[in-house]
Design a protein around this ligand. Structure first.
Ligand code: ADE
Length: 237
């Protein structure tokens, strides 16, 4: 998979790529990731990439010209590959594991990282295929959001992580949240690992894990719990 990240802060992308699952994916030759500085495509004085909003209002908007040029440059370079063009933004669709799976099947993702008030609407209208929000809060820019999406997507590419089972059994790959996990020692500062996990009784362990998932989901995510209940009821019919 090829990933381009259009940003005015390329220095934010590099260190994360170098110290995350992305590095492993790159080393295995499964992914290439390029941060690309939008300023390079600006023809303005001081490589300016933003301006005041028409109609007034606080904050700045990223101008269309350098973004159109940067996108065209990436498309030209990647021909005949056609990207999903992802714009992380708080007014997009909320990112889910399903979306991560969908993106992981693509051969080319192009991220546009906005700052300030966002980007000129014409960039969104002409180029963006997916407007993605990480949740109902506002980050300072799209870089951290793009990195989150990249991390969630890359780990689903076959061959990137050793145990596919681990990725598949995560919370959200299943309608229920994940169960608690323990490792050595059996007792730590008086805190004991649940007896059943030491029993060697696989059926009982699986039963306990499912109970824990149900309990956690009911307590923390009633929306997911209700979905799971409906699914269970349908499957029993
Ligand atoms: N950029 C700023 N806030 C964001 C959010 N919540 N999700 C995605 N991108 C963003």
């Amino acid at each position: 998979m090829k990933i381009d990240v259009l940003t005015t802060f390329p220095e934010m992308i590099e260190p994360v790529i170098k110290s995350s699952i992305a590095r492993i994916a790159i080393e295995k030759g499964l992914v290439s990731i390029k941060p690309r500085d939008i300023r390079v495509f600006s023809e303005e004085k001081h490589q300016k990439t933003d301006d005041y909003p028409f109609g007034g209002g606080d904050g700045m908007v990223m101008t269309p010209k350098p973004l159109f040029s940067a996108i065209r440059h990436c498309l030209e370079e990647a021909k005949p590959e056609v990207p999903r063009i992802i714009f992380p933004t708080p007014d997009g669709k909320v990112f889910t594991q399903e979306m991560a799976k969908d993106f992981s099947k693509e051969s080319y993702l192009l991220f546009i990282c906005g700052h300030y008030k966002g980007i000129d609407q014409r960039v969104r209208d002409v180029w963006v295929t997916d407007e993605i929000s990480l949740g109902d809060y506002v980050l300072t820019g799209g870089e951290i959001a793009a990195l989150v999406i990249i991390d969630a997507v890359i780990r689903l590419i076959p061959g990137v992580i050793g145990t596919l089972n681990s990725a598949l059994s995560d919370s959200f790959s299943h309608p229920l949240l994940d169960c608690p996990w323990y490792t050595r020692p059996e007792e730590f500062e008086g805190l004991k690992v649940p007896e059943v996990l030491l029993s060697g009784h696989h059926a009982k362990i699986e039963e306990w894990r499912l109970e824990q998932r149900i309990k956690k989901t009911r307590e923390k995510r009633s929306d997911l719990y209700d979905k799971w209940l409906i699914k269970q009821t349908k499957e029993k019919k």
